[in-house]
Design a protein around this ligand. Structure first.
Ligand code: NAD
Ligand code: UDP
Length: 316
């Protein structure tokens, strides 16, 4: 056995892939989740593995376990879900970080924080480098998530400086792939589900805002390299620098699904960032030439296959 590893938010989209990969690499995995946006279905295929444990727990309450490493992913990530109970979202990020950092300090575990490109807010610097401090509305509808994650980064740095906790921070840019919840509300899953059902594709605003989409496998590779990197704590951007407008994404999804869906334009939500693209030079330098390998069309095909099967089975 290599390491015993705690993954908070392990039953979510990214967490479930992470649990699977860590188990495949010969680790023992403890997956902790309150199932707010995650589901047992995402990890049910891991249950037969004796080195996998699934724990129902809310990270806003302390949790004690002996592990070597902690990946802290617990937090709703889609605007629809993190705005549903904004105070709970802040508690999850902030109290969750305090609880997990306290645990890491006590048991001397290494702990990685899944931070986000949202710490850059609606960025005035483009592409975003790690030394950019961001442009976040502290009282806007996205602030529960953005400021929660910024406070968590601050806590991580302070536990490192004051208490010598062995931290790592990654800033994840828009990531997609199989096991996103069909009702997740984020753009890739929305567009694919709409296209497969022949419903209108909902573009918010004029569709000219941009995002840079990373396939989940590329994220996992960067995340695990960062956790096991011995001379660098971050923060580091982990994302795919290929940038697309939402209109381009919609057209790609329509083409790949052969869908007859039409585009319908809806109001742009408040504080929706206009552009986002990671600068990944630091990740390349520190993480052994890490860079994304799976580009949008290939990643979309995998994700479309997943949702196609899911929708067919749920109609059956
Ligand atoms: P997700 O919503 O699928 O996963 C989050 C998981 O955390 C879910 O299983 C949920 O049930 C769990 N959770 C939420 N609140 C909890 C609480 N109080 N206690 C215990 N568990 C709780 O989202 P995801 O895309 O898998 O994101 C995982 C992490 O990565 C999040 O921290 C998110 O902020 C971060 N991230 C994701 C992206 C992305 O594009 N997917 C981008 C930047 C950062
Ligand atoms: N978006 C959209 N239609 C949707 C869902 C989202 O046009 O059905 C837009 C949204 O306004 C934003 C972009 O797609 O500009 C990415 O949204 P998402 O919620 O996926 O991620 P985030 O805004 O947090 O980067």
């Amino acid at each position: 056995m290599k390491n015993r590893i705690l993954v908070t938010g392990g039953a979510g989209f990214i967490g479930s892939h992470l649990c699977e990969r860590l188990l495949n690499e010969g680790n023992e995995v403890i997956c902790m989740d309150n199932y707010f946006t995650g589901a047992k279905d995402n990890v049910v295929h891991l249950m037969d593995n004796p080195y996998f444990e699934l724990i129902r727990h809310d990270i806003t309450h302390p949790y004690f376990v002996e592990v070597d490493q902690i990946y802290n992913l617990a937090c709703p990530a889609s605007p629809v879900h993190y705005q549903y109970n904004s105070i709970k979202t802040i508690k999850t990020s902030v109290m969750g970080a305090i609880n997990m950092l306290g645990l890491a300090k006590r048991i001397k575990a290494r702990i990685l924080q899944a931070s986000t490109s949202e710490v850059y807010g609606d960025p005035l610097v483009h592409p975003q480098t790690e030394d950019y401090w961001g442009n976040v509305n502290p009282i806007g509808i996205r602030s529960c998530y953005d400021e929660g994650k910024r406070c968590a980064e601050s806590l991580f740095m302070n536990y490192h400086d004051q208490n010598d906790v062995d931290i790592r921070i990654i800033r994840i840019f828009n990531t997609y792939g199989p096991r996103m919840n069909p009702n997740d509300g984020r753009v890739v899953s929305n567009f694919i589900v709409q296209a497969l059902k022949g419903e209108d594709i909902t573009i918010f605003g004029d569709g000219l805002q941009t995002r840079s989409f990373q396939y989940v496998d590329d994220l996992l590779e960067g995340m695990i390299r960062m956790m096991n990197c011995n001379d660098f704590i971050g923060p580091v951007n982990i994302g795919n620098p290929n940038e697309f407008t939402m209109l381009e994404l919609a057209k790609a999804v329509i083409e790949l699904t052969n869908s007859k869906s039409k585009i319908s334009y809806q109001p742009l939500p408040a504080d929706d960032p206009l552009q986002r693209q990671p600068n990944i030079e630091l990740a390349k330098e520190k993480l052994d030439n890490w860079e994304p390998k799976i580009q949008l069309k290939e990643g979309l095909k995998q994700t479309i296959n997943y949702f196609d099967t899911l929708l067919k089975n749920s109609n059956a």
